[in-house]
Design a protein around this ligand. Structure first.
Ligand SMILES: [Mn+2]
Length: 383
């Protein structure tokens, strides 16, 4: 007993020497809570104390906004909306992409709005004047594709229909986290309403322009709307221009002539995966920019454009694809285009590895898409 008093005194001295400042416990989401760092000479406002790994997940720790609130309810304005589309009943191979939005948010845990200056672009997409928020997921029934896709159409309409935060650019833009690739159809229907026909830059190992009569439609009308036909349907509905481009194609086609002829009729040119060996990332950037020049652009990234070594967690994996670095270089190189909507889809977390390789890649792809939007605000037809 007599030894305990000097020991306690020593502990008290050590504790005071450390000068620990305890952050408040009231915060539930980064970067809302924490120690005031405004006195920091290098990074005033930078907050490294709060709950980055705690609480409910949002994409890149962005604030959550209830963008789908009912009529008459007040909703905080935003310019870029992250939206989850948990739908995977339009796939032709392995299911699981309904868990994609949750997975991509998990993969984005270390991305933070106040710690995001890129060493490549020297920019921080979240601090360029446009307000990015996470709208959560669209409630989609998992029992009926027709109803689920109508729900998704409606959600896009509501979210893109709110007045944006930035005054000169009144229509908010949406980055969808998929979900299987069928979900892109709803996004293109929505962008048509605000910007008219758009060029699509489609990163994918598959064409996705299959005629519903060939893929599923012979069975029922319902079956003809799936992740391999949505671009054909978008073309039929007049949503996309004939200045669109695929990048990363390598999957086999069913017919030597028909598939490619049909693809061309849908408005697409093709850059194949192995073209990267010949013309490099700079060649891809040049060709893509040239193709979509003078038009509004929608970018859709099917994560299966990457090699399964870099993105195993997808439903229809094709070997012989790109590295994550190559894809990100191409995306960042597209800066300056008028990007009016984008998505990263076909992420099925169940097939990922413990290091979450695919989720990290998909999260960073979304980050690059947000950067492209932040770099170039776009006026809508009504602005
Ligand atoms: Mn696809």
């Amino acid at each position: 007993m007599s030894n305990s008093i000097p020991w306690l005194a020593a502990l008290a001295v050590t504790a005071s020497a450390r000068e620990i400042t305890f952050p408040p416990v009231s915060g539930i989401q980064h970067p809302m809570a924490g120690v005031d760092m405004s006195a920091s000479p290098i990074n005033p406002g930078l907050d490294i104390s709060s709950a980055m790994y705690a609480g409910l997940s949002t994409y890149a720790n962005l604030p959550y906004v209830h963008c789908l609130a009912g009529e008459g309810e007040e909703v905080e304005p935003y310019d870029i909306a992250i939206l989850g589309a948990p739908f995977d009943t339009g796939v032709t191979a392995r299911p699981g992409a309904r868990f994609g939005p949750k997975g991509i948010r998990q993969g984005s845990t270390r991305i933070s709005p106040d710690f995001s200056y890129s060493v490549y672009t020297r920019k921080n997409a979240f601090q360029q004047g446009l307000r990015a928020v996470d709208c959560g997921d669209v409630p989609l029934t998992f029992l009926d594709n027709t109803i689920a896709l109508k729900q998704l159409d409606k959600a896009h309409k509501i979210i893109s229909g709110r007045t944006a935060n930035a005054t000169a650019y009144t229509v908010p833009r949406i980055v969808t986290l998929g979900g299987d690739h069928t979900t892109t159809l709803s996004a293109l229907r929505s962008t048509y309403n605000h910007w008219g026909e758009v060029s699509v830059i489609h990163f994918d190992s598959h064409l996705d322009t299959w005629d519903p009569d060939v893929l599923g439609g012979g069975l029922s009308h319902y079956a003809g709307i799936n992740h391999g036909t949505f671009l054909h349907i978008a073309h039929e509905e007049g949503l996309i221009r004939n200045t669109s481009m695929h990048a990363g194609i390598r999957a086999p086609v069913s017919n030597k002539k028909y598939d490619l002829k049909n693809d061309k009729a849908c408005g697409f040119h093709i850059l194949k995966a192995r073209d990267l060996d010949k013309i490099g990332t700079a060649g891809f950037i040049e060709k893509l920019k040239e193709r979509v020049q003078g038009s509004k652009v929608y970018i859709s990234v099917d994560i299966d454009v990457l090699d399964p070594a870099f993105a195993p967690a997808t439903g229809t994996a094709e070997v012989g694809g790109w590295t994550t670095r190559e894809l990100l270089t191409i995306l960042d190189g597209l800066t300056g285009i008028e990007l009016i909507g984008a998505d990263v889809v076909e992420v099925a977390p169940i097939y990922d590895n413990p290091g979450e390789t695919t989720l990290l890649a998909a999260a960073e792809v979304a980050h690059s898409l947000i950067q492209l939007m932040a770099d170039k605000p776009v006026k809508s037809l009504k602005d």
